[in-house]
Write a protein that binds this ligand. Structure first.
Ligand SMILES: Cc1cc2nc3c(=O)[nH]c(=O)nc-3n(C[C@H](O)[C@H](O)[C@H](O)COP(=O)(O)OP(=O)(O)OC[C@H]3O[C@@H](n4cnc5c(N)ncnc54)[C@H](O)[C@@H]3O)c2cc1C
Length: 458
């Protein structure tokens, strides 16, 4: 327990807001999926909060924010705790603010929803479906992750091939934020200002409410198509990237992933490469006739209910970072890289990677749109041996023209998906003037300082 904090004074200010101090729960709530990275696992496995606080309303969030500012208590906001980079792991103790009781769907209108930040994505998507609409995108962790955590920690996912990534204009319409000050304020961010708090790892204000765009819902079907050549999975994926097609997911994995998908053994044999897709009814015929043109054979096409009845996983649990999870379930020595490919896609890059790294690297690609353009990303699996070797493989991707976002650091700046510029720094000063929010997550120099017990003045 951090002895510099006046805990009785802090607790008294919280009144009857729920506080959890059982060591077992506090430790559990101090975890996320940082163990995907053996490097982060080493760094973060002994980082715990002191207490967990569970607000049930925005008014309680404000009380917590005021008490944190008054007693200088560090706070780490937590949604579902499914982040991959230790984003929700407190580096210097303090409290975890568990947002999962703020679940109210405030308003569903034509083309938008206004919802509390702690709503589970799956429950929210189910709710908006009742109005004939759907969320534009969600992570493959939709059954565990909160909508606030997705906006604060995520980037895109299932639906991104159709609607782009979270930071694309219009996808997130507004964020309502509580500042961490003695007298907390409410700030509403709209338009380009949303970027100030998106992917900021809860370092610059507590999101209590969001307004998100919606589109008419589509009855998505799950498909698997098999190929002899890996390059053909990508060519097929590229052919599907057309505005007039209803496509919600295109994910490709090489044949060596088959060993991790035992439930799908009849549909994804070990001698074939696979495309996992979600397609709308209007595109099914085109999908079926395009596949053979690229050497593909359809092995599965099912609706949600049919998959459930057959006890098979949906396509999205075989995509994005669920792919990595499937491998980790059978062998904890796998880890992964996050790679952006140069445009246009050059198959030679993957040929070189396969030749040079053999069974040390397994290929997995994702299709998404960014600012309207189709892009190819990759989350290749890497057999972890040493830190140096992991970064050697990462450097090889970069030398071949790819961009690598570092999944083995817990800081925003070094992770590389967001630039911590003067606008970010100014908003941090406004929303968290005492530097209490998730200390150490902005950049590595800050992490080093707070872990060494020094004051961060950067
Ligand atoms: C198997 C697997 C698959 C994944 N697939 C994807 C994917 O497809 N796409 C993707 O983008 N990510 C993916 N992720 C990462 C992660 O699941 C998503 O980013 C997810 O949406 C995080 O939501 P969460 O509620 O679990 O957030 P948490 O992990 O609880 O929090 C994430 C970050 O947001 C902050 N935060 C949470 N709530 C708030 C709030 N209300 N206000 C301010 N800050 C807040 C936290 O402090 C933390 O820094 C995946 C992870 C796993 C383990």
């Amino acid at each position: 327990m951090n002895r510099d904090i006046n805990w009785p004074g802090f607790r008294a200010d919280l009144g009857d807001i729920e506080i959890i101090d059982s060591p077992q729960t506090v430790r559990l709530k101090s975890r996320d999926y940082f163990w995907y990275s053996p490097i982060l696992n080493q760094q973060l496995k002994k980082c715990w909060a002191d207490l967990v606080v569970v607000p049930k309303s925005e008014a309680e969030v404000i009380t917590i924010a005021a008490a944190c500012a008054k007693w200088r208590v560090p706070l780490t906001i937590r949604g579902g705790g499914t982040g991959n980079y230790g984003q929700a792991v407190p580096l210097v103790g303090g409290i975890i603010v568990d947002m999962t009781r703020l679940t109210e769907v405030h308003e569903i209108g034509h083309g938008f929803v206004r919802v509390a930040a702690g709503a589970l994505i799956e429950a929210l998507d189910n709710e908006v479906h009742k109005t004939g609409q759907e969320l534009l995108m969600w992570p493959s962790t939709r059954s565990q992750a909160t909508i606030g955590g997705f906006i604060s920690g995520g980037s895109g996912g299932i639906g991104s091939v159709r609607h782009g990534v979270l930071r694309d204009e219009g996808n997130v319409r507004a964020l309502r934020i509580v500042t961490v000050e003695e007298a907390p304020r409410i700030i509403t961010l709209k338009g380009a200002d949303i970027q100030k708090a998106h992917h900021a790892y809860g370092t610059n204000g507590i999101i209590t409410e969001l307004e998100l765009a919606l589109r008419p819902s589509v009855d998505w079907q799950h498909a698997i198509v098999l190929f002899d050549e890996y390059a053909d999975t990508i060519r097929f994926g590229q052919a599907l990237c057309r505005d007039e097609f209803d496509i919600y997911l295109i994910s490709t994995v090489d044949r060596r992933f088959s060993q991790f998908y035992r439930a799908l053994a009849d549909y994804f044999p070990p001698d074939k490469h696979a495309v996992f897709a979600m397609i709308g009814p209007k595109t099914i015929d085109a999908f079926k006739s395009l596949a053979p043109e690229f050497g593909g054979t359809l092995s599965l096409l099912m609706a949600d209910a049919e998959l459930q009845a057959a006890n098979l996983p949906p396509s999205y649990e075989c995509a994005w970072n669920h792919t990595t999870l499937q491998a980790l379930k059978s062998d904890r020595s796998w880890t992964y890289l996050q790679v952006a490919y140069p445009q246009p896609y050059q198959p030679a890059i993957d040929r070189v990677i396969m030749e040079e790294f053999g069974d040390e690297v397994l290929l997995h690609h994702e299709f998404a749109r960014e600012r309207g353009d189709y892009q190819i990303f990759a989350l290749p699996l890497v057999k972890f041996t040493t830190r140096d070797r992991l970064y050697e493989i990462s450097a090889r991707f970069e030398a071949l023209g790819c961009g690598v976002f570092d999944a083995h650091v817990c800081t925003i700046a070094e992770g590389g998906m967001k630039v911590v510029d003067a606008v970010q720094v100014a908003f941090k000063a406004e929303a968290d003037p005492h530097n209490l929010m998730n200390p150490g997550k902005t950049c590595q120099a800050e992490a080093d300082a707070v872990l060494a017990g020094k004051e961060w003045v950067g």
